[in-house]
Design a protein around this ligand. Structure first.
Ligand code: CO
Length: 137
């Protein structure tokens, strides 16, 4: 059985720049780099607490996921980081030059405040920030 999401791998053209982004801009704990000779890769890991897998599917056949699925058969669509102060995080990242898909956070799944960072700001990966607004459990 599946017991946890062990990791998500993102291919990056500039490892140092990407490490700085996840460490300094997103504030994640940096575990270190490792060169995996057998896989001919250099890796960097950022451990995180327990997470969820979200499956996303077009609602009534429309919306951004419908457009995505016109171009691809499916795939990893976005990563979502939980924030405890989304407005502050958005302001901080905007000041660093990040582009967002909307002006300010909107309500998403689980009544969370959500906003997406443009993939061009993150090596082609769509990143969502999410802050719970109420206890939905
Ligand atoms: Co999401």
């Amino acid at each position: 059985m599946i017991v946890a999401l062990d990791h998500i791998a993102i291919a990056v053209p500039d490892l140092e720049r990407a490490i700085k982004r996840f460490m300094e801009d997103f504030g994640l704990q940096f575990e270190g780099t490792e060169e995996v000779e057998s896989a001919k890769t250099a890796t960097a890991f950022f451990p995180l607490p327990a997470t969820s897998i979200e499956l996303v599917h077009p609602l009534r056949g429309e919306g951004p996921i419908a457009k995505y699925l016109e171009k691809k058969p499916g795939g990893i669509h976005h990563l979502c980081f939980r924030s405890d102060d989304i407005e502050a995080d958005v302001a901080r990242l905007k000041a660093k030059g990040y582009t967002f898909l909307s002006e300010s956070p909107t309500l998403g799944a689980h009544d969370c405040k959500v906003i997406f960072i443009h993939p061009k700001s993150c090596d082609g990966v769509l990143i969502e920030l999410s802050q719970p607004t109420a206890d939905h459990h």
